[in-house]
Design a protein around this ligand. Structure first.
Ligand SMILES: Cc1ncc(COP(=O)(O)O)c(C=O)c1O
Length: 453
């Protein structure tokens, strides 16, 4: 690197110390890989200078209302005094120590909280450093459980189509094999068993589909270590909702056929769908549960894999009685401290009423979208509102329209959606709705080759 990250350079717009706006964008394009992005980048990203409450301060643009909670995570908004204080307080004690042979109060306290608030029966907690890693750990737990019990042939996972579980190897193998982002690796990834897409709709239930799940699990039981699903909402695989009753069907089928059940609640956990965990909609305890994203209120990267005593006991009986996984930053005290504060903040308020308020607001604000040309479906559940188009979103047109309306959203595929922080006020929710409608209209116009306003 010659052109100098340390350069103070010309300051052509940005107010942050160090690089100027143009330099940031040029260096970003030259050196920085963004999520799911090409190198060099093709679309110029917005440069965020700071964030507070539900607003992002964007260089050269001004304030944008955040419709994304930074991908499901910032449920309390940004720069929250309580969460800031938790990080500062922990920083003064220690930012990190290794977790092998050492432990500390923030991590132990967090594990206790998670055991207390997740469905009964989940007792043991593995603190991972990202959602994808927590899914790796979940799959490893399932395979090792059976291997330890003398059933090494039980080494496949079953899931339904349309899922998304992360970007590392095992998670990619249980993402949707066709529509998903990882179809490139078909043939290289472990070949898992896929059930049909769950029928759409939180309130719809199809007995025939429940039978399909049961039959498929039964047919493959001898080779299945576990079933893994995103409960109630399939997120990055398509923002689809399904009936919680299928979770009960899965629980029954797994119990009948001797297969472990994993819920990936990385996106749905901590209130987003209107229940504290999506599993609570069904009253089901999985054998393994993954949490992440809003675990730390969106402050720091941390995830958790919880399991029942049965799963842990199985592993302990093996020739190798340990779970061979140990990230360097496992149990990071800063992340654990802010996770504790975030959970206390959430549970210390009437979070369910707040999520309901956001849901009601989104329902009203997105209703006009259903009338727009190019819109196929509008669906809302908890603090999540989705507008599905009949075409691939024109990202540039949609994003520009939303930003012009003062809102940050990040559409993908045929979806424009909003999952605002739970603290978003009613006026801001209304504005998010208007921005999503504007984004949908702009995308449709671009798709049809019409001139945009
Ligand atoms: C359901 C689900 N599982 C796993 C992941 C992966 O988490 P991370 O991005 O923290 O690795 C995500 C991320 O979007 C997710 O939505």
């Amino acid at each position: 690197m010659r052109d100098g990250a340390a350069a103070t350079g010309t300051r052509d717009g940005a107010t942050a110390p160090g690089l100027g706006l143009r330099e940031i964008l040029d260096l970003d394009r030259a050196h920085v890989w963004h999520p799911y992005g090409p190198m060099p980048g093709r679309q110029e990203p917005l440069v965020v200078e700071s964030a507070a409450g539900v607003r992002l301060s964007v260089a050269g643009v001004g304030e944008l209302i955040d419709g994304m909670s930074s991908w499901w995570s910032a449920i309390h908004g940004y720069n929250h005094p309580v969460l800031n204080e938790a990080v500062r307080d922990q920083l003064d004690r220690m930012s990190h120590v290794m977790f092998g042979g050492l432990t500390h109060e923030p991590a132990v306290s967090l594990a206790k909280r998670l055991v207390d608030i997740t469905p009964d029966g989940l007792e043991h907690v593995f603190l991972a450093d990202s959602g994808s890693v927590s899914v790796e750990v979940a799959v490893k737990m399932c395979l090792q459980h059976w291997r330890s019990l003398g059933r090494p042939e039980k080494q496949r996972m079953l899931t339904w189509r349309g899922g998304y579980h992360g970007d590392t190897w095992q998670p990619m193998a249980v993402c949707d094999p066709q529509g998903g982002m990882h179809s490139l690796w078909q043939g290289l990834l472990p070949e898992q068993v896929f059930a049909d897409l769950p029928p759409a709709g939180f309130d719809a239930y199809d007995e025939a589909y429940a039978r399909h799940l049961h039959d498929l699990i039964g047919r493959h039981a001898d080779e299945l270590a576990g079933v893994i699903v995103e409960p109630v909402v399939q997120g990055a695989g398509g923002m689809r909702f399904h009936s919680p009753r299928y979770l009960r069907a899965l629980r029954e089928a797994c119990d009948t056929h001797g297969v472990l059940l994993v819920f990936d609640e990385i996106a749905t956990g901590f209130g987003r769908t209107g229940a504290l965990f999506a599993a609570d909609h069904a009253g089901v305890t999985p054998d393994v549960m993954c949490l992440g994203k809003s675990l730390t209120g969106g402050y720091l990267t941390m995830a958790a894999t919880l399991c029942t005593a049965r799963v842990a006991d199985g592993i302990a009986r093996g020739e190798v009685p340990v779970l061979a996984h140990g990230p360097t930053f496992m149990g990071n005290p800063l992340a654990a401290a802010v996770a504790n504060a975030s959970i206390d903040l959430l549970l210390g308020q009437d979070w369910a009423t707040e999520v309901k308020r956001v849901e009601t607001g989104l329902r009203a604000a997105l209703a006009p979208a259903a009338e727009l040309p190019g819109v196929q479906d509008v669906r809302i559940l908890g603090a999540l509102g989705v507008v599905q188009l009949d075409h691939q979103v024109d990202m540039e047109a949609a994003t520009r329209a939303a930003v012009r309306a003062g809102v940050w959203v990040r559409p993908f595929r045929d979806l424009i959606y909003a999952m605002p922080p739970f603290v978003t006020g009613d006026d801001d929710i209304a504005r998010i709705g208007r921005a999503v409608c504007a984004a949908a209209a702009a995308s449709t116009a671009a798709n049809r080759g019409e001139v945009r306003a």
